[in-house]
Design a binder for this molecule. Structure first.
Ligand code: HEM
Length: 489
């Protein structure tokens, strides 16, 4: 027995020594393995990736390779060179790392799944007439939920207190869930609030699931919560009568055709719930929080929405009028510039020469990962965006009120000056649905509610730094708000 243990320990030590042996060749990016063998920079990366990447950028420049838990990750921070990464899905593969995360977070493996077919289907369902139909359903659901909240009050003119993050996330999540997964609100099915409550518990463990750093107790909780969500989502998209969107029904049908068993289908439902709901609520929260703490911005957005609501509905329905909102669009883009912080990660599946915009070339090794972190640049880059820490609602507006798209770095006009939705072949398929949903949410909230901060001097909450890399950030703490329904509605 003792020999087995000793051999095992020796094996681990040899593995660590071997995997830490890598050295940099001249044609490769600067290599920083960190001081801890194998683990490398994993702890610092996980604690606050933005701080860590900024420190590495100061040390090595816009491209470097770091060791993170046995893997080598090359980080590229020059937005002028992002195209070289985003337009080469053959050498820089999106799917492999996505599958690793799928397994870790959702305990889901779909070995015979065809992501290209799934994506083509989703693209079709989230554009054109289908998108218009989904947006109209989303609008109805948001209105219904607000009305339901109003009816639940004994005295409808009283002020209610709440926290802005849970208020925004809960409302948008439930409306999105009803639109895409379920259909009706009152047909003896699961209460969307139950799904939301379970989902939030899952969401709180998401980064640890992805990094495989759950403590034993958290592991048990994660397993229970996932199990409960799989059960709640089990009927979603099954048959015409399920009330689910055409998209979900087609997706479920595709899984069935691929021979995916029932249990795995449920797990895939949770993956889709996360992909479609995980960022929209937090994004709406940040936008409302910035508006509430910047009266000038709130005034400008209100003014734009008021002029829309005053137009004649007989000539043009509200949802069509809500498409032309340059002030709102700029404010949302600015809120996302400050709070959308996904890693755009690709696996190097064949040796690749990366040509950067400054003329330099670097070799990438097969099996390494390549990571763009647009939050650092372009989004928070002071050369591109003056005073990048400040929320300026009109940053993406020209003087004449049109959308501003001219931003520069080192004299070059940038294709990517903010990247909350990713870009290229694997950019966000749900972007227009997400923007439309957030716009409707803010419009309806400002239209139906008097909404204000409990403390007029309250500051924006800090961000939860462990969530860098996982899409839209979430706050550490919240903003206390009070609201009441306007008399006329
Ligand atoms: C504020 C809300 C959202 C944000 C900030 C966001 C952001 C992103 C980002 C950054 C990516 C690219 C990931 C990468 O390149 O590695 C992405 C991909 C994706 N998003 Fe979104 N998303 C949002 C909402 C949605 C919604 C509502 C849907 C669906 C209705 C959706 C569906 C997808 C899908 C399917 C992909 C993967 C595309 C592929 O496989 O190539 N997203 N999203």
């Amino acid at each position: 027995m003792i020999w087995t243990i000793l051999l095992f320990v020796l094996g681990i030590i040899l593995f660590i020594i071997f995997s830490s042996k890598r050295s940099r060749s001249e044609s490769e990016p600067p290599l920083d393995k960190g001081v801890i063998p194998w683990l490398g920079h994993a702890l610092e990366f996980g604690r606050d990736a933005a701080k860590f990447v900024t420190r590495m950028k100061m040390k090595h420049g816009d491209i470097f390779t770091v060791q993170v838990a046995g893997r080598y990750v090359t980080v590229l921070l020059d937005p002028c060179s992002y195209n070289a990464v985003l337009e080469d899905p053959l050498s820089l593969d999106f799917t492999r790392y996505a599958q690793v995360l799928m397994d870790r977070i959702f305990s889901l493996q779909l070995p015979h799944h065809n992501p290209a077919v799934e994506k083509a289907m989703m693209k079709q369902q989230f554009s054109g007439k289908s998108l218009a139909c989904l947006s109209s359903t989303m609008h109805q659901k948001l209105q219904c939920l607000l009305l339901q909240a109003q009816r639940a009050r004994h005295n409808r003119t009283d002020w209610n207190t709440d926290r802005l993050f849970s208020f925004s996330y809960s409302l948008l999540f439930r409306a999105g869930y009803l639109t895409l997964f379920r259909g009706e609100l009152n047909n003896n099915q699961t209460d969307p609030s139950d799904v939301y409550d379970e989902y939030r518990k899952f969401d709180n463990l998401l980064t640890k699931l992805a990094r495989t750093t759950l403590k034993p107790e958290e592991k048990r909780t994660a397993q229970c919560v996932r199990q409960r969500l799989w059960e709640l989502l089990a009927p979603a998209g099954l048959g015409e009568g399920s009330g689910a969107s055409q998209w979900l029904r087609s997706y479920r049908h595709l899984l069935q055709e691929e021979g995916v068993d029932e249990e795995t289908q449920r797990r895939a439902m949770l993956l889709q719930l996360w992909a479609t709901q995980g960022n929209v609520g937090p994004a709406a929260f940040w936008l409302l929080a910035f508006l509430l703490t910047n009266p000038e911005a709130m005034k400008a957005v209100r003014r734009e929405f008021s002029s829309i609501s005053e137009q004649d509905s007989a000539q043009c329905p509200l949802l069509d009028r809500l498409h032309h909102t340059p002030v709102f669009d700029s404010a949302l883009e600015e809120a996302l510039r400050l709070t959308a912080a996904p890693f755009i990660t690709r696996e190097v599946v064949q040796p690749k020469t990366l040509h950067l915009a400054d003329g330099k070339e670097y070799q990438l090794r097969r099996g390494d990962r390549l990571c763009l972190f647009p939050f650092i640049s372009p989004q928070m880059d002071p050369e591109i965006h003056l005073e990048p820490q400040r929320f300026k609602y009109d940053r993406f507006l020209n003087q004449d009120g049109s959308a501003k798209t001219d931003f520069f770095k080192g004299g070059r006009r940038l294709k990517y000056y903010t990247m909350p939705w990713g870009a290229g072949t694997n950019g966000c398929v749900g972007k227009h649905f997400a923007i439309g949903s957030i716009r409707q949410f803010v419009y309806l909230v400002l239209f139906h509610l008097e909404l204000e901060l409990c403390d007029p001097e309250a500051q924006m909450p800090e961000v939860n730094t462990s969530r860098y890399g996982f899409g839209v950030l979430q706050p550490e703490g919240d903003l206390a708000i009070r609201y009441r329904f306007r008399h006329s509605h």
